[in-house]
Design a protein around this ligand. Sequence first.
Ligand SMILES: NC(=O)c1ccc[n+]([C@@H]2O[C@H](COP(=O)([O-])OP(=O)(O)OC[C@H]3O[C@@H](n4cnc5c(N)ncnc54)[C@H](O)[C@@H]3O)[C@@H](O)[C@H]2O)c1
Length: 301
Amino acid sequence: MPAPILKYPMQNFVGKTAVITGGGSGIGEALARRASALGMNAVLADIDVTAAERVASELSSRGTRVLAVQTDVADATSVAALADAAWTAFGSVDLLCNNAGVVPAGRYRPVWEYPLEDWYWSFGVNTMGIVHGLRSFVPRMLEQGTPGHILNTASVAGFISGSGSPVYSAAKHAVVRITEALYASLIERNANIGVTLLCPGLVATAIYNSERNRPAELVPVTGIAEETEELQAIADNLYKSALSAEEVAIQSFAAIRDNQFYVITSNNFDATIRERAEAILARRNPRFENLLVLSKGDVKS
Ligand SMILES: NC(=O)c1ccc[n+]([C@@H]2O[C@H](COP(=O)([O-])OP(=O)(O)OC[C@H]3O[C@@H](n4cnc5c(N)ncnc54)[C@H](O)[C@@H]3O)[C@@H](O)[C@H]2O)c1
């Protein structure tokens, strides 16, 4: 079979519509600001509707047509309602950014000891949030037939392994696999929709205060892990090397325009990704001595 011809579906942003989940904070907010600066309409979907409305009112005051929609990406019905609201307001969706995500707080534990609630919450938002976005938007974007793009936010955690952060990292590994399937399926259909897998390293956002958005029914019976001064100091230290959300948004829109699939915003993790890939191909047992510290919850006591 001949190699697919690389297409560049989204060259023109002016007057097009972007839907951004998690648009009320961090990377989602920066993507929304960038979309607005490029002349796009923006639909900001967030479980924290006050945050989404704050960003929306600021963008609106600059002349952007913008809509804030309270959305729980872990809930298929809520995401279907988001799609309806976007098409009703703007008549088309050209760019979908499945970006909302959460990191459950807590000190390092072995994989068998994390509470079930952490697994359900992480996979519900980080993985099923993407699945719900694809199910509600892709058929309608295909039907629309116009050039478009889908950006899914995974993480470098989607490529690396070891004992740290399995609840978050496994959910992001699934996002990588799902997004590669999306890319392949759209190429098979010769669709005019590009795909980007955004894999940030550390970015200075509110992600490590994700607990603010945990639903009450998914609070473990043992309670939410406490933030100690020691853990806060570790987080502050991690952030010293963090990229800004604005820089991530700039890289993301360049990738959307160039139809670039993998966007890995930091090369700090390349050696770890390579070591794992080489161990797999060599059928060698993995070496995880370079335990990645992805969050303050990874630190062993
Ligand atoms: N900040 C980092 O270092 C980093 C690194 C790699 C990947 N990421 C990924 O980037 C994405 C954006 O995170 P961020 O760093 O901007 O964090 P953030 O906490 O600043 O923003 C996340 C947004 O998602 C929203 N959200 C949470 N649960 C939701 C739900 N159920 N439905 C809808 N919205 C929900 C939050 O209200 C918030 O506005 C996430 O997928 C995260 O996993 C972040």
